[in-house]
Design a protein around this ligand. Structure first.
Ligand code: ADP
Ligand code: MG
Length: 249
């Protein structure tokens, strides 16, 4: 069953058709990659899924409910979380403080910018946050200041901040962009672990074919705002249209 159904989505920026009649089905429990050259419309599509942009036409349904017209926060509460290209963490705060923010945001609704003063430490939220940090092997870094951590650990923390909200669909926009090979491989392992441990669907935008082929069960290739082909990694690798449009062969 598809958890995410995108049908006939169009989006223009002035004279530019960034998305043209996009259809996409993401199966529940799968890892689905969206690939395509720069400017293909990948981030625009993602922004239409999380309420940052409104498509000009078409429909986007998550678990049978339309997300269109809802705010990013409402969509987040429906069970969609997004990992940004640059880790969105609070550098001045410790790891556990960072973790408590999404816990409270999910429970209390509005995302208050200074939640720590009103936040009761300890209790149920702290237990939940610590369990999640254990899952991503960061329990030993609980009281470390976030800005002092390595890029890989910042990514790990950001992932934990998303996952502690128990999303059903995790959206990732180029999660390994700018990473060295070792950090990229760590991220692949982390995502594999998360996918195996949790009942979660992932849609991942990614440039790095090594990452895509390591993780995805389905791949949609976007070119000039329109899906060119959707298939398994094995079939995508040898697809002549894909080679021509994307792999440059
Ligand atoms: P990708 O993520 O695949 O690289 P984008 O979705 O970022 O592609 O962009 C698709 C096209 O839409 C590009 O030509 C880009 O310049 C354009 N675009 C994206 N966002 C905006 C915007 N807010 N205003 C105008 N044009 C935009
Ligand atoms: Mg992009």
């Amino acid at each position: 069953m598809a958890i995410l159904e995108v049908r006939g989505v169009n989006k223009r920026f002035g004279g530019l058709q960034a998305l043209g009649d996009v259809n996409l089905s993401v199966e529940e429990g799968s890892v689905h990659a969206i690939i395509g050259p720069n400017g293909a419309g990948k981030s625009t599509l993602l922004n239409c899924l999380v309420g940052k942009l409104n498509p000009d036409s078409g429909s986007v349904n998550f678990d049978g409910q339309s997300v269109l017209g809802r705010s990013p926060h409402e969509i987040n509460q429906m069970g969609i979380s997004r990992v940004f290209q640059t880790p969105e963490i609070f550098g001045d705060l410790t790891v556990i403080e960072n973790m408590l923010i999404p816990c409270y945001a999910r429970r209390d609704g509005a995302f208050k910018l200074n939640p720590l003063t009103s936040m009761r430490k300890g209790g149920e939220m702290q237990t939940k946050a610590e369990a999640m940090l254990d899952d991503v092997n960061m329990l030993d870094k609980l009281h470390m200041q976030a800005s002092s951590m390595s890029r890989g650990d910042k990514r790990r923390l950001e992932m934990a901040m998303c996952l502690v909200q128990e999303p059903r669909l995790l959206l990732l926009d180029e999660p390994t962009a700018g990473m060295a090979r070792a950090d990229t491989n760590n991220t692949i392992d982390l995502l594999k672990e998360i996918h195996a441990k949790r009942d979660i669907t992932m849609a991942i935008i990614e440039h790095d074919m090594h990452v895509v082929f390591s993780l995805a069960q389905r791949i949609t290739v976007l070119a000039q705002g329109t899906p060119l082909v959707e298939d398994t990694p094995e079939n995508i690798k040898g697809h002549p249209k894909v080679k021509e449009a994307y792999l440059g062969e």
